[in-house]
Structures are given as C-alpha cells and as structure tokens.
Design a protein around this ligand. Structure first.
Ligand SMILES: *Cc1c(COP(=O)(O)O)cnc(C)c1O
Length: 485
C-alpha cells in the first residue's frame, strides 16, 4: 500500500517511469548549446500509481456531489448532470471564439436567449454576459456608474454606500474602481438603518450596493424606500444579485428600484463552482445605463426572407470588456440548459423551496442556537455558534460537523453577528437530509455542554486534523521546496 499522505515526488522511484518512449528511428543529433535544466526532478511513477494517487486525492474532496454543503451566501445546490452533457456537445465545446459570426449562429442564439431570460428574471432592459464572476460584475457596474455620472457632468460623486452586512467583495470592488466606501449600519431588525442612509445621501454619493435579501438572509423590508432615497440625491442603486435564489420568479429586482445588478450563474443557476472558478456574473441594466454595459453582447435581427440572425455588438457607451470573448461560455451553456429545463414555474418553485428549507432549519435549530434576528428568513439564516462559559466557538462547531459528514456552514460572516454561522440549505436537499443535519447540530450543541474538548480538537475523522489557519496563510507553501533547488 502506498502512503496516503505522500506527494507524487515522495512516491517516485527512480527508473520506474509511467511512459515508454519509442526507439529512436531518426539520426541522433545534439542539442544546440543552450543550458538545459538539469536540476528539474520529475517524479517517476507507473501509470497505475499515478491513477491511484489522484483518485485517492479526489475522494478526499468534499463536494456537493458527496454530501450536504450548506455554505451560506454561496448557494451550493446540486448541479444537474444533464448540464454537463449539454456543455460538452461538440457544437458548444469545439467552437472557437474567433470563428466567423455566420459559422456560430447557434451559439450566438443561445447567448441572445440567455440575455433575454436573465433580463426577464431581473426586470432589466438589457443584459451583458461578459463578467466572469460576481465580483467582476460589481467592478463593471461601478465603472458604469462612474462613466454615467461623468457624462452627466457630476464629477464630485466619490462615495459608495455599503451596508455593514455586505459581502467583502462590495468594498473591495469599490476601492478598485477608485471610490471611497461609506458604511451604513443595520438596525435592530437586521434591515438597513434608514435614518443613517438618509443622512449619508447627498451629491457626493455615486450609489449604493444593496444585497436583497441581505446577507443575514432577511428581506430588506423598506427596500422601496431605500432605493427612493438614493435616487432622490441623484445616485444609482446597484443590486448584488448573489441572493437571487430566494427571489427568482417571485420578485423582479428592477421593480424594487434596482438600476444595475449582477447575477451569479454559478450560484443561483446551478453551475459547478468552488475553489475560485469558473464563474459567471452577468450584468443587467435599466434605462440609460444599458448603453454603458460591458460588451460584446448579442442582438437578434430579422433576416431577409424570414427568420432571425444574430449580431455581435458593443453598446454605444460601453465601458469595454471585462473578460475575453463572451465570458465563460461553458457556464452560460449550463445555465441555459438549467433555465430551459425548469421553465418560469420551476424557477419560482426553486425559490419557494429554498426559503421553506431555510426556515425549517432555522426553526428547528433555534432550540439550541441563538438566531439574533428572529423573523422569517429567506433562503438562508445566520445563527450564533457560541456557548457562553464553555470557550467553544463557531469554528469548533464547524469542524465537528465534518466528523458527522457535513460540510461546515459559512463562518464569521456577516461580520455583524458574533461567531456567525450562516446556513443555506438550498432547494435541492430532501427532508431526510435536513433532518440528519439538524440531528447532528443538536448533538453538537449537547457536546458543547458535556464534552467541549471533543469540539475544540475536531475534526477527528478527516485526513488532516485541525489546521493552524493563521500559519497556513502567513507561511504559505504552494509546493515542496526541495523540488526546485
Ligand atoms: C458570492 C458573493 C459575491 C461575489 O461573487 P463571486 O462570484 O464569488 O465573485 C458577492 N456578494 C455576495 C453576497 C456573495 O454571496
């Protein structure tokens, strides 16, 4: 048996290569006189050893295909396998982005239809599929706001309003776009504090970045008032659409006063994600902002003699590209398949079930965990993973969940809840799965009282135990330093 912790370099046995090269059948010649990398040590393993090594590593991964993964804000729902089969069809997978427009009309039609569907879901006038992720969509939207205000002679607008519950990408995108962040506090019901918003709004404000439902999983009860206040000072409203899984088919964000919004296709529309990609963060716009969208986008045109054809266009005042070609096309194909499969009614049912599942967990877990904002939640909720007097923290509860076979929830976000555990079950989980999770969480709450040390040293069953996360970040080792000397 091979050592399960070993790297391919440690498993390597000199003289045991995985490939046999054919005998030389051309005249031997010498390399030109350039220095060769003699120090490069490549691992030598048989094909079977390599196969087993990577198979073993892959089995250590925890993914949504291996178990319940209630990672709040990330919407880790099941990704139907039919999407993969469709994305791999030759007409999609084997086309080249530089092919002529007339040779890829089918792909352009798919892009055009998806633009239309997302526009309808959000209530927007135009959608660009360019941005490669939510954060990329945020930056594009802020650049659009900047261009829009500049065109209206408003150079004094430099501040972006961001609720204190916001995702970290919101302030990060704001400073990348060259603006200042002005944080707006939440009130005791978990809504944005309207008085604080009102006093922040003046002619120095670019716009607000609003997540609804917010990252506490709560619907902003005064959302229309918020967007009216922001508009009344000449500023714009950006919607962070990462939480659209609670709203698809039920509310069009445009009706709430949102001018611009990104969708997270890899969250709401069920395309595989994790570990940083690939994602897609299409941007929807309303009214005059449409002209500023990143391009290219696809437009439908009546063809002479009947039918349609599809043209690649750049919006008139476009901020330009945010990504190469058409963004992450394979993600767009998966989203297309997903929406097509569900239809409008299916998308609405998804949102209703996501909300139902979250509320079921919230009410059952409230027996043992404090939920600071005690009201109906949307697709996720936040509780406190803390037990007074035991020294147990949210991270301990999360690590212990691994022993019970579940992926931990999001920890320590949003920042306004102490020891936050943010739980998002999604609509794709069954009641038995939710019940098993509840049982594990309640057993852990029991352990907090009876055996807190078991929690503090968890996980006990994972291939590696508790990691020193600070050291891992400060003293990052991406490869074995002995390999390249
Ligand atoms: C995930 C997320 C984002 C960023 O989206 P990415 O696709 O990861 O860049 C922004 N806001 C919220 C609320 C999110 O959950």
């Amino acid at each position: 048996m091979m050592d399960s912790e070993a790297t391919v370099y440690e498993l390597s046995v000199p003289g045991r290569p995985g490939v046999s090269l054919p005998l030389l059948d051309v005249p031997e010649t010498s390399f030109p006189d350039v220095p060769l990398r003699e120090e490069l040590r490549l691992p030598e393993l048989s094909e079977l050893d390599v196969t087993r090594h990577y198979q073993r590593l892959s089995q250590r991964n925890f993914g949504v295909d291996s178990g319940f993964y209630p990672l709040g804000s990330c919407t880790m729902k099941y990704n139907p396998k039919i999407n993969e089969a469709i994305a791999q069809m030759a007409g999609f997978a084997q086309t080249h982005p530089l092919q002529s427009e007339d040779s890829v009309q089918g792909n352009l039609e798919l892009i055009c239809r998806l633009q239309d569907w997302l526009a309808e879901i959000g209530g927007f006038d135009r959608v660009s599929l360019q941005p490669a992720a939510g954060a990329n969509g945020e930056l594009a939207a802020l650049l659009m706001m900047r261009a829009y205000h500049k065109d209206h002679g408003e150079k004094g607008r430099t501040q972006v309003l961001i609720p204190d519950s916001a995702h970290g990408t919101n302030p990060a995108s704001t400073s990348m776009a060259g603006f200042d962040v002005l944080e707006i506090p939440s009130d005791e019901r978990g809504n944005l504090n309207i008085d604080a918003l009102r006093s922040a709004c003046d002619d120095t404000v670019v716009g607000i970045m609003l997540t609804n439902p917010n990252t506490l999983g709560l619907f902003e009860e005064q959302v229309r008032e918020i967007t009216d206040i922001v508009h009344s000072c000449g500023a714009l409203v950006y919607g962070d659409g990462a939480n659209m899984n609670a709203l698809t088919g039920i509310v069009q964000p445009r009706d709430l006063g949102i001018d611009l919004m990104h969708f997270n296709l890899h969250k709401t529309f069920s395309t595989p994600h994790g570990g940083g990609g690939p994602g897609s963060g299409p941007l929807g716009a309303a009214g005059p902002l449409c002209d500023y969208l990143p391009g290219p986008i696809v437009e439908r045109r009546n063809r002479d003699g009947g039918g349609y054809c599809y043209d690649i266009v750049i919006p008139d005042r476009s901020i330009g590209r945010t990504c190469t070609y058409f963004g992450n096309f394979a993600v767009l194909v998966r989203t297309y398949a997903y929406i097509r499969m569900l239809g409008a009614e299916g998308l609405k049912q998804n949102a209703l079930h996501a909300v139902l599942n979250a509320n079921y967990l919230r009410v059952r877990l409230q027996e043992a965990y404090k939920v600071p904002f005690d009201r109906l939640c949307m697709h996720e909720f936040v509780c406190e993973g803390v037990a007074t007097g035991t020294g147990v923290r949210a991270i301990d509860i999360s690590k212990r969940l691994i022993d019970y076979g579940f992926h931990p929830p999001t920890n320590y976000f949003p920042l306004i809840v102490r020891e936050a555990l943010m739980i998002e079950p999604t609509e794709t989980e069954s009641k038995p799965t939710l019940d098993a999770y509840i049982e594990a969480m309640l057993m852990i709450a029991d352990e907090v009282r009876k055996a807190p040390d078991v929690l503090k040293s968890a996980p006990h069953t994972a291939p590696v135990g508790r990691l020193d996360e600070v050291k891992a970040a400060r003293d990052l080792k991406l490869c074995d330093p002995t390999i390249f000397t």
